[in-house]
Unconditional design. Structure first.
Length: 391
C-alpha cells in the first residue's frame, strides 16, 4: 500500500461559474411518466399503501421473471432488507467488494454484522471472483454480496456455485446493473436476493428509491420483505410488531413515475451500448489511458463509462481540465477498507487490497446518460486526450 493510493482523493474540481455544461449523469424519464403521475394524483394513490406500489412490483416481477419484488426507498434499504431476509445479524460476517459504494458496508453494519472486504480480480477487473472471495472466507460468513460494479457483471454462475458450496446467502447488488445481461440472463436473477437503487443517476429512476428481488420460492419471504419496509407491521395485526425494522417505504407517486421506465430498460441499455462504443472508438490506444473492462458475458452497456490514468496526480490534472471545459466527471470509488469510518470500527481487518486501491486512486468516469449526443462524446474525448498529453 503506497502513499499515492492511501491518500484521500483530491477535492472535486469546479467548473466556470460553478455550472457544468455537460453533467456526468442526467435522469432518464420515460415519455409516459408525467401522465402516470398525474393519473396517480387524480386517484389519490400517492402514498405507499396504494395499488401504484403493487403495479410497479408486478412490472418488476414480469421483467425479471422472479418469485417476487418489493419496492423501497433506496438501494441501501434494499440491502438491509435482503440481509434481514437472509437472517444475517450480530456476530455474522458478510463478504463484500472493497471497490464499491459505501451503502453496501453501511447495510451490513446496520444489521449488526461485520463487513469482510474483498479485493478485485487481477487485470483491471472491477469485481472479485470466487478466488478472491474464497481467500477471505471465514466460519462466521453468512452471506456474499456482489455489486456488478459500474455495470460490468461478475461471473454469476461461478459465484452462485461458490455460495451453494459454502452455504452462503447470495445477494446481488444490481444498483449499477439494471438491465445488464450475463450469458443471456439478467443479472439479479442468479442470487437468492437482488437489490437495486432507483436514484436519479441510475438506469431507471424514481428520483430516489430501490427494490428487492426474491428468487427463493418461499411465500413467507414476500410478506417479511413488505413488513421490513414498514416498521415491521404485519398484515394480520396492524399494531403488533414481531420484528424491529425501519421506515423504508416508497411513495405511490414515485412508483407511478418509474413504472413505465421498466418496459423501456432495453431501450436505455441499447443507448448505453452506443455511448460505450463511441468512447472506446475515440479513446482506444490513447497513451496513458486504460479503458474500463468490457462485459465479457453480454452487451457492452456500462452504467457509467470509466478510464484509468497513470497516477492520482494525472487524474486530478485531467479532471480539472475537463471541469474547466464545463464537463463533469467523478472519481472511481474510494475503497471501503480505506474509509475513515472503517478505521474507527473494532475487529475490522483493514489490510491492503492493492487492486482496489489502484482503481480508487487513478480511475474516474465520464458523462454517461440516455441521449448523450455523439458530438458531446467526441468533445469530451478530445479534451481528455489533450489533458493527458499535456500532463
Amino acid at each position: 500500500m503506497d502513499d499515492d493510493t492511501v491518500r484521500f482523493p483530491d477535492p472535486e474540481p469546479k467548473p466556470p461559474n460553478d455550472v457544468f455544461r455537460i453533467r456526468v449523469s442526467y435522469p432518464y424519464v420515460a415519455p409516459e411518466a408525467k401522465g402516470e403521475v398525474l393519473k396517480t394524483i387524480e386517484k389519490g394513490d400517492i402514498s405507499s399503501a396504494t395499488n401504484a406500489i403493487d403495479k410497479l412490483e408486478d412490472e418488476l416481477v414480469k421483467y425479471y421473471k422472479v418469485s417476487s419484488a418489493t419496492v423501497c426507498n433506496s438501494g441501501y434499504s434494499a440491502l438491509v432488507i435482503a440481509l434481514k431476509l437472509a437472517r444475517v445479524g450480530v456476530g455474522d460476517e458478510v463478504l463484500i467488494p472493497a471497490f464499491t459504494m459505501v451503502a453496501v458496508a453501511n447495510a451490513v453494519l446496520t444489521v449488526g454484522a461485520k463487513p469482510v472486504f474483498v479485493d478485485c480480480a487481477p487485470g483491471g477487473e472491477f469485481n472479485p471472483t470466487a478466488t478472491e472471495y474464497g481467500q477471505k472466507l471465514t466460519p462466521q460468513c453468512r452471506a456474499l454480496i456482489v455489486t456488478h460494479t459500474y455495470g460490468v457483471p461478475a461471473d454469476c454462475l461461478e459465484l452462485q456455485q461458490f455460495c451453494k458450496s459454502h452455504d452462503l446467502a447470495f445477494i446481488e447488488d444490481i444498483a449499477e446493473a439494471i438491465g445488464t445481461e450475463y450469458k443471456g440472463q439478467l443479472v439479479g436473477t442468479f442470487g437468492d436476493f437482488a437489490c437495486a437503487s432507483l436514484y436519479a443517476n441510475k438506469t431507471i429512476t424514481a428520483g430516489d428509491g430501490g427494490f428487492v428481488l426474491i428468487n427463493r420460492p418461499d411465500e413467507g419471504l414476500k410478506e417479511r420483505a413488505k413488513s421490513y419496509t414498514n416498521h415491521g407491521f404485519s398484515s394480520r395485526y396492524h399494531f403488533v410488531h414481531f420484528e424491529a425494522s425501519g421506515n423504508y417505504k416508497l411513495s405511490g407517486l414515485q412508483a407511478a413515475f418509474v413504472k413505465p421506465a421498466v418496459a423501456r430498460i432495453g431501450e436505455v441499455m441499447l443507448d448505453r451500448n452506443r455511448i460505450a462504443t463511441l468512447y472506446r472508438r475515440a479513446l482506444v490506444g490513447t497513451p496513458g489511458v486504460d479503458l474500463m473492462p468490457v462485459n465479457p458475458y453480454g452487451m457492452d452497456a456500462p452504467w457509467m463509462f470509466g478510464v484509468i490514468v497513470k497516477s492520482k496526480e494525472t487524474r486530478t490534472h485531467v479532471r480539472k481540465k475537463l471541469a474547466a471545459a464545463g464537463i463533469e466527471t467523478r472519481d472511481y470509488f474510494f475503497p471501503l477498507h480505506l474509509q475513515p469510518m472503517m478505521s474507527k470500527l473494532q475487529n475490522t481487518n483493514l489490510r491492503s487490497l492493492p487492486r482496489s486501491e489502484v482503481l480508487g486512486s487513478r480511475g474516474f468516469y465520464l458523462p454517461t446518460y440516455f441521449g448523450l449526443s455523439d458530438a458531446r462524446i467526441q468533445e469530451i474525448c478530445e479534451v481528455l486526450k489533450t489533458a493527458v498529453h499535456d500532463q
